[in-house]
Ligand binder design. Structure first.
Ligand SMILES: [Zn+2]
Length: 224
């Protein structure tokens, strides 16, 4: 597998740099992210990154724990589900609404980040990154609006801004388009298939069987 292929599926870290001595991001995202942060600062917003790069193994652990019922599963509205009552197909769909398939997370690329406004978070309130925080009256309603108005200026966008029936909307998830778009276009169904076939993925056979549908509904189904 080429290094580019390994980057696409989260099995390489050769493309990463640390941002402000902390979170790992794609090295070509460091400067644009700083510009975005400066733009935010001018508007009184303290833009912070809650999560940047996430590798294949981390995503695999999340997946396997959920698929084994060791981590809670939610329905598409965010209500807890009873693991015992779900079919294997339902378990897979429930995971995919909220968590990426290992190998298919945009966080593998370092181009995609979860962000929040540190100033808007009141003392003692825990950051959750849930839709309600950006609802009217929520702590990040104003920040989410700010993102909508300013991201494009720095070539960022939100791939999960609306509910397209796949991944649940994520107002906090931003992506640096000049780098993520070429990656997005190169992440093929066959690369994913080859990657997953060689790993210890829970429910692997069913996932591989459903992969064309999963690819269409949860991976390439984004707001551009
Ligand atoms: Zn994210």
């Amino acid at each position: 597998m080429s290094d580019l292929d390994r980057i696409l599926v989260g099995q390489s870290e050769s493309h990463l740099a640390s941002f402000d001595g902390g979170v790992l991001v794609h090295r070509e995202v460091v400067a644009p992210l700083r510009l975005l942060q400066e733009r935010a600062e001018r508007d009184g917003v303290e833009l912070k990154v809650a999560s940047g790069f996430r590798g294949f193994e981390t995503q695999l652990n999340i997946w396997n724990q959920k698929a084994q019922g060791k981590r809670k599963l939610l329905d598409s509205e965010g209500r807890p589900l009873d693991f015992q009552k779900l079919s294997e197909d339902e378990i897979i769909s429930a995971i995919l609404r909220w968590s990426a398939l290992p190998g298919a997370s945009r966080h593998h690329w370092g181009t995609d980040l979860d962000v929040f406004d540190a100033k808007a978070l009141k003392k003692g309130v825990r950051l959750q990154l849930v839709p309600q925080e950006a609802a009217p009256g929520g702590p990040f309603a104003e920040f989410s609006r700010w993102l909508g108005e300013n991201l494009l200026e720095e070539k960022f966008f939100r791939p999960y801004s609306r509910d397209l029936g796949g991944v649940s909307p994520e107002w906090w998830h931003i992506s640096f388009e000049p780098v993520s778009k070429p990656y997005f276009e190169k992440l093929s169904l066959s690369l994913l298939e080859k990657t997953l076939a060689a790993t210890e993925l829970e429910k692997k056979n069913l996932v591989l069987k459903r992969l064309p549908e999963i690819y269409k509904k949860y991976i390439v189904n984004i707001t551009q």
